[in-house]
Design a protein around this ligand. Structure first.
Ligand SMILES: Cc1ncc(C[n+]2csc(CCOP(=O)(O)OP(=O)(O)O)c2C)c(N)n1
Ligand SMILES: [Mg+2]
Length: 272
């Protein structure tokens, strides 16, 4: 795999271009929600702020490796090579969309570009990705699975079951925990609001005897380096790693335009 210092100018420009493409694509969706309400039906969850994390991660992959994110998923197929027009058409629910309009924004899939599909059920995609890694191991395909999920998803049982199994069986998977500071509208600073316990969240890896690191998810090269190390380990048959990539979600949870201000105090249930 390419080393960070050895990245060519062409490669760096490719990374930058992909980040801009993702942001432009999502800005267009945002504008549509403002200027043409109702044109896009249902929800559309934007990932502005995640561009460097997505691109830095996927820049480390081999052609046949699989990328399996959650429902906040527009950026990944853009980088993998799915036609942006087809992704947008899918978000509009059109027949010429990536999934003939059946999936919509949250359920993109493009197997031809090594993008098996996403799920709106928080945490479940971690189990799907772990299953895909088991398949890769059993069939000896040489593929590594890139499993992306949120800070909120790391509280789910599927996360813990998957990491346990992947560690025991040394599955070729990299878990990329995208800590964007929010679970819907609950900010990480709200300690008593059922946020994900543990800081940094990468320390959860220790429970499963696998490497866990936290990285600045707004620095594409730092992400590239951290994920690259994890991918090399996975490809060598040494098992999974957990990367916590920290960044900030600029948009609201879904559709809306701005993030609500972070409340200074979480409203507690009255005990009297
Ligand atoms: C099993 C399940 N429980 C609850 C929800 C409702 N829900 C949608 S998004 C979300 C929070 C997810 O937070 P996080 O994992 O941090 O992902 P992010 O939205 O920040 O990318 C919740 C609880 C759901 N979709 N699935
Ligand atoms: Mg989150």
């Amino acid at each position: 795999m390419e080393k960070r210092e050895a990245l060519s100018q062409e490669r760096l420009i490719w990374m930058y271009t992909q980040m801009v493409r993702i942001r432009e694509f999502e800005e267009r969706i945002k504008r549509t929600f403002i200027e043409h309400p109702g044109a896009i039906r249902g929800h559309s969850h934007l990932a502005d702020g995640a561009e460097a994390s997505i691109v830095g991660s996927l820049a480390t992959r081999n052609e046949t490796d699989l990328a399996m994110p959650t429902y906040r998923c527009h950026g990944y197929p853009i980088v993998l090579g799915s036609p942006a027009k087809k992704i947008m058409a899918e978000i509009y629910g059109r027949k010429d969309g990536l999934c003939q309009g059946y999936g919509g924004s949250m359920h993109l899939a493009d197997p031809a570009h090594h993008f098996p599909g996403t799920s709106g059920i928080i945490g479940q995609s971690i189990a799907h990705a772990t299953g895909a890694a088991l398949t890769a191991q059993v069939k000896k395909t040489g593929q590594v699975v890139y499993c992306f999920f949120g800070d909120g998803a790391s509280k789910q049982g599927a996360f813990h079951e998957s990491l346990n199994m992947a560690s025991v069986w040394k599955l070729p998977i990299v878990y990329i925990l995208e800590n964007n500071g929010y679970q819907v509208y609950t900010h990480v600073s709200l300690e008593d609001a059922n946020e994900a316990a543990g800081d940094p969240l990468s320390q959860k890896a220790q429970a499963y005897s696998i490497p866990g690191v936290t990285v600045d998810g707004t620095d594409v090269l730092k992400v590239f380096e951290a994920v690259g190390t994890a991918v090399e380990r996975a490809r060598a048959g040494r098992g999974p790693s957990l990367i916590e990539s920290k960044f900030y979600r600029f948009s609201a949870h879904g559709n809306a335009i701005t993030v609500p201000p972070v409340p200074t105090q979480f409203p507690r249930a009255r005990s009297d």
